[in-house]
Ligand binder design. Structure first.
Ligand SMILES: [Zn+2]
Length: 223
């Protein structure tokens, strides 16, 4: 026997909007209404989309001239979660069990807000997080600081990755607005209009594992 819904089901799946008012005084707060609120919430409820480097060239628009987060990260070969933010990252500034107990060396990561123009269909672009290793971050900084190629947000960038491990190489080619139309069949005006006012990620997005959990991981490595 199916119970009649307490409220109109359509209301559960209404359009995502930053200013939807919370519904008070109904049972929706706890049941499917609460779930639907999370499911339709784009920024806080969803996992962010990570930019995936490929050997195919992707066209990228950086949304800021600098990384929104810089942190160190451990990569631990184990079952389950392998990547952990190092607690010695300056903005966290704590002792890190993976450094101190396990003796693992973290690698620096540089996180940028980007839109992948070569992926986009329709007019609502998805902000992705491009996490650059030091080699690629150096390339990005070099073009950003080069008065003929920078700043980063002035042009578009064709990005690809070749090779693996220590042999990995990144290709970063500038694409001018004029080339957008000629080579990528995109209108620079439409692209620029679509990326205005997008919600950007900040360093609260970077998941920092609790110290006790890192202690357990570190101890499991040395036992
Ligand atoms: Zn560490």
């Amino acid at each position: 026997m199916v119970n009649a819904p307490a409220v109109d089901a359509d209301a559960y799946f209404e359009e995502d909007s930053a200013d939807i008012a919370p519904k008070h005084g109904t049972t929706v707060q706890a049941g499917w209404g609460a779930a639907a609120a999370l499911l339709t919430k784009k920024k806080d409820g969803d996992y962010p989309t990570d930019f995936k480097f490929t050997d195919q060239t992707q066209l990228v628009r950086f949304l800021q001239d600098e990384p929104f987060d810089v942190y160190a990260s451990h990569w631990i070969e184990r079952e389950g979660k392998k990547s952990f933010v190092c607690l010695q990252t300056p903005r966290i500034g704590e002792d890190c069990p993976l450094c101190d107990i396990a003796g693992d060396k973290p690698r620096n990561k540089f996180a940028f807000n980007v839109v992948v123009l070569s992926d986009e269909q329709g007019d609502e672009p998805t902000v992705q997080i491009l996490t650059a290793p030091p080699t690629f971050a150096r390339q990005l900084m070099a073009v950003h600081e080069d008065p003929r190629r920078g700043p980063l947000t002035k042009h578009y960038w064709a990005i690809s990755r070749q090779g693996t491990g220590p042999q990995t190489q990144y290709t970063l080619d500038r694409v001018r607005a004029t080339e957008l139309a000629e080579e990528w069949d995109l209108s620079p005006e439409a692209v620029e209009a679509s990326v205005q006012g997008l919600d950007l990620y900040d360093n609260s997005t970077t998941y920092v594992t609790k110290r006790e959990e890192l202690l357990q991981v570190a101890r499991s490595l040395v036992s």
